[in-house]
Ligand binder design. Structure first.
Ligand code: ZN
Length: 198
């Protein structure tokens, strides 16, 4: 038995498919949206559509951006010889928020997880290795401290070691299983400054 009409149900269903939105939040958002002036909803729908159509991966670091090269990669003030490897764009944003990291990034878009069937070829690892053929002084591995993050860190360090490029891992103290995104800036900076060579 449906409590609401087809359109409302459909909207609630779509919204609750979004990450972090439970059925209660989906209902609240749906009711809010249908009560808004039509032009507001149209604007929101357009912003979503335009973002989806225009955002792509940076050709160097693979973060999400509007242009070929993201603002970080194309900034001449950034140290191109220090690459921080992160799992996703949210982690990159967390480090950027500290304002204290002057190098560039490499976004893997995932982590190795044998349990979920995610292997080295399913993340942007080949792309990282080809970047390391250029002039690079240090690769900082800043994957999460979850089992997948640690597995990925170990795998990457084994790949890089033979190249002679310095490989470091951010200090633990970042809570196990903790998403980098939710860790405060002071903790992130401490983890970065306390990084150890692998
Ligand atoms: Zn980039």
């Amino acid at each position: 038995m449906d409590t609401f009409s087809g359109h409302i149900n459909k909207l609630i269903e779509e919204l609750s498919a979004l990450p972090g939105i439970g059925s209660k939040s989906a209902q609240r958002l749906a009711f809010h949206l249908v009560n808004q002036p039509e032009e507001n909803v149209e604007r929101l729908a357009n912003v979503i559509l335009q973002a989806r159509r225009n955002v792509k991966y940076c050709r160097q670091c693979h973060t999400l951006t509007d242009s070929e090269l993201c603002p970080i990669c194309s900034n001449p003030a950034r140290d191109q010889r220090t690459i921080m490897v992160v799992e996703n764009t949210r982690d990159l944003a967390a480090y950027e928020k500290t304002g204290k990291y002057g190098g560039v990034y490499h976004v893997l878009h995932g982590a190795i997880s044998p349990m979920l069937g995610i292997g080295p070829n399913d993340i942007k690892l080949k792309e990282l290795m080809s970047r390391l053929q250029g002039e690079v002084d240090e690769t900082i591995i800043a994957t999460n401290s979850s089992l997948e993050g640690e597995t990925t860190a170990m795998y990457i360090s084994k790949l890089i070691k033979p190249t002679g490029i310095k490989v470091t891992r951010i200090a633990s103290g970042v809570p196990v299983g903790g998403d980098l995104e939710y860790i405060d800036e002071v903790t992130l900076l401490r983890a970065l400054e306390g990084r150890v060579e692998l």
